[in-house]
Write a protein that binds this ligand. Structure first.
Ligand SMILES: [Fe+2]
Ligand SMILES: [Fe+2]
Length: 394
């Protein structure tokens, strides 16, 4: 089979990317396209690129119904930056493609002019043939001249295919903040996850913590569903924003928030065993179990030693009588992150901009009401927390 390999940061994925995929398939130069969002960026500081799970799941959403193409997670690993040559070799090694498949590295014509300076270009061409898109308006003669030069230098063949559609630049979409040149699913994804709307709050965590968060993101990627991971990252970003706003420690809040649900998808018996290490004498209810289990799992599996972070994970479902600032922020961010649509959160979100305790009280009261509507009462610890806050609110 002839397979087009299309890699990129896709930050965000836009209609230009879509026209590349459709154009390659339409030209019949390839039978299938494998789209590979980059994991660790090679040439940009990691902080300048949107966290990779966002980009990966955004591309998945964009191509959900697109025939003959798939999104591949082969670069979603922490560590070495994603070099094309390594990815191509790994595709065969991990049997994403077979030895018999012929690979075509899809690129825009601008790549021809920089290809010689890429990392190990000769080895890339031993794995794949360049398949270059010709967009309307580009200088075809110049592109073909450059292709002939590469063919001579590397003893290779460069193939071409024509595409329609305009040139779109991700950087321009980001800086304009207008996303009219992206598929509808991407637009919704961006809105849903609050992407690109302001300077990322994660700019406020330390370099060391940013690296730790990235590393955990890659581990979580392989350990939990996309929906839960995206929720966890949303909580992480929002908790960091609240930390900055209310003078809490952004590093602690970001870490606790990212890992707050880290045990939620573990088998129940495993969660019970983890929880038993810190909760003695009884098994917490099903909805709560993952929070003590998560605190233990974060310590054992993610190497978190900071008790304040572990506590914020442990108390994120029901709170505790005296909440630390980190507890409050993680609790609240979990309830109101941008992808939460289950209730009208407007008032809590509004309060959370200026009055942390007020927002928490509002949140507890809303939960108490919804429990009451079902004839239930809120947890004893939540009651204590609410009472304490009402008596001591700042
Ligand atoms: Fe949770
Ligand atoms: Fe959560």
């Amino acid at each position: 089979m002839k397979i087009g390999i299309y890699g990129g940061a896709f930050d965000p994925f836009h209609n230009g990317h879509l026209s590349m995929i459709r154009g390659a398939l339409k030209s019949k130069k390839v039978d299938r396209v494998i789209v590979i969002p980059t994991g660790m960026p090679c040439f940009k500081p990691a902080r300048k690129v949107t966290l990779s799970p966002y980009r990966y799941y955004m591309v998945r959403a964009a191509l959900k119904d697109e025939p003959d193409c798939e999104v591949c997670d082969i670069e979603q690993v922490f560590g070495e930056p994603s070099y094309t040559v390594t990815t191509l070799k790994n595709l065969r090694k991990k049997k994403v493609v077979s030895e018999k498949d012929e690979l075509f590295l899809m690129c825009g014509s601008d790549i021809l002019f920089e290809f010689e300076s890429w990392y190990k270009p000769k080895e890339i061409l031993e794995q794949a043939t360049l398949l270059c898109a010709l967009r309307p308006g580009i200088d075809e003669g110049q592109a073909k001249n450059e292709a002939s030069h590469l063919e001579e230098v590397f003893d290779t063949n460069v193939k071409f295919f024509k595409i329609d559609g305009v040139e779109v630049a991700s950087s321009k979409l980001r800086s304009d903040g207008k996303f009219d040149n992206v598929p509808q699913a991407v637009k919704e994804f961006i809105e849903n996850h609050g992407l690109y709307c302001e300077d990322s709050p994660l700019m406020h965590v330390s370099d060391e913590m940013y690296k730790t968060l990235m590393k955990h993101c890659f581990t979580l990627f392989h350990e939990m569903s996309g929906k839960r991971l995206l929720h966890s990252i949303n909580v992480c970003v929002l908790a960091t924003r609240y930390a900055v706003r209310f003078g809490a420690d952004p590093d602690k809040c970001a870490l606790a928030a990212l890992l707050h649900d880290c045990a939620k998808e573990l088998p129940e018996d495993e969660q019970i065993a983890l929880s038993a290490k810190i909760i003695h004498g009884y098994i917490p209810g099903k909805q709560i179990l993952h929070s003590p289990a998560g605190a233990v799992y974060a310590r054992e599996h993610y190497g978190v030693e900071d008790q304040e972070v572990l506590d914020a994970i442990q108390f994120h479902t029901i709170g505790r009588e005296v909440m630390t600032m980190t507890d409050k922020i993680v609790y609240l961010a979990d309830k109101v992150e941008p992808a939460r649509h289950y209730d009208d959160l407007t008032e809590i979100r509004r309060l959370a901009e200026t009055d942390l305790d007020g927002a928490l009280i509002e949140c507890y009261c809303a939960i108490r009401e919804s429990f009451a509507a079902k004839g239930q009462e809120i947890h004893e610890d939540t009651k204590k927390s609410l009472k304490y806050l009402l008596a001591h609110r700042k």
